[in-house]
Design a protein around this ligand. Sequence first.
Ligand SMILES: NC(=O)C1=CN([C@@H]2O[C@H](COP(=O)(O)OP(=O)(O)OC[C@H]3O[C@@H](n4cnc5c(N)ncnc54)[C@H](OP(=O)(O)O)[C@@H]3O)[C@@H](O)[C@H]2O)C=CC1
Ligand SMILES: N[C@@H](CC=O)C(=O)O
Length: 347
Amino acid sequence: MAETTTYRLILVGFGSAGQGLAQILRDRGGWLLRRYGVDVQIVAVCTRNRGTVYNPDGLDPAALLDAVAQDGHLLNLPGQRDWTPEDAIDQADADVLVELSTTDLATGEPATSFIRLALANSLHVITANKGPIALHLTDIRRLAAEAQLYRGYEGTVMSGTPALRMGWSNLAGCELSEMRGIVNGTTNYILTQMEQGMSYADALAEAQRLGYAEADPTGDVEGFDAAAKAVILANVLMNARLDLSDVERMGITTLTRDTIEAARASGDRWKLIARVWREGGAVRASVQPTRLPATHPLASVSGATNAITFTTDMLGDVTLIGPGAGGLATGFAVLSDLLEMHMLWAR
Ligand SMILES: NC(=O)C1=CN([C@@H]2O[C@H](COP(=O)(O)OP(=O)(O)OC[C@H]3O[C@@H](n4cnc5c(N)ncnc54)[C@H](OP(=O)(O)O)[C@@H]3O)[C@@H](O)[C@H]2O)C=CC1
Ligand SMILES: N[C@@H](CC=O)C(=O)O
């Protein structure tokens, strides 16, 4: 019988992404144990308004999901705690903080403080929250290295589609001169629906219902989310030191249905394109709505699907396409970091 390693997770945030992870553990927990020898237990779930629960022997993912589906909260489950996330990080018997609270691109808080506290308390950290990684990556990396702990943030760019891992690991040894693509699922979904005749407001409401949009969708439609991802790509994969204010940014709110339909009538598509490139000794980044001819490789990338093309010195262009948003895809990103930690790092 292969050795089993147990990972006890504290989840901060149980929205679309947290529930996606719980679904994966509900449906694949046994398979993960057999296939990889990992026993992944959620021991604590902390939310802002929907309750906080703790069981040192593991909470049942199905019960967590049923409670949210039926009651809209966790307040009727056993294991209630009057805990803040800080209390959970201090008091729960756990190995990993999974930080999935709301992204705040102005301060990175409160997520960054949760992450710092977790690292100080000897917990590994996995997050899909773009605030801490776009704003405080250097500090988080340093704290994790000093404490000899894992920090994973694959889900911050293209959710479960491994854009960062592709650049960092699979393309290691190549020099990257440019990265460009569609890195926000919500806006790509909205643009695709508007091409079919749906109104902007209905398309946005649908993107929210499907769990693609940020809690404040201004972050999506005004291009801040894509700009944060451009910063993360630049800083992680090109060793840059960009801030959000360095990104030339324009969202999709200037595009009307008429503009989009007119482009479609002539075979073109509007896409929100993020671009990061080397220029002289500097790294630059932009996010702009761009009209693409139908023949362009990104023109047919539709819905919440994302795509990124890495321009490399040895392979030329390498393109990765896959889901860019959604609970299950983001839950998978967390799982992929956990398995990386298990397979390459923590053993
Ligand atoms: N959804 C997606 O497709 C993707 C999301 N991400 C990122 O993952 C994170 C989670 O996204 P998602 O699940 O969609 O977001 P949701 O808005 O669906 O859920 C956010 C969760 O965080 C909780 N929360 C917010 N603030 C606090 C706080 N101070 N303390 C404790 N809990 C808090 C909320 O509590 P309550 O339930 O009480 O409101 C809620 O449970 C975000 O940072 C997002 O940017 C990254 C990639 C893709
Ligand atoms: N709101 C984001 C979620 C993933 O990062 C998006 O739509 O891409």
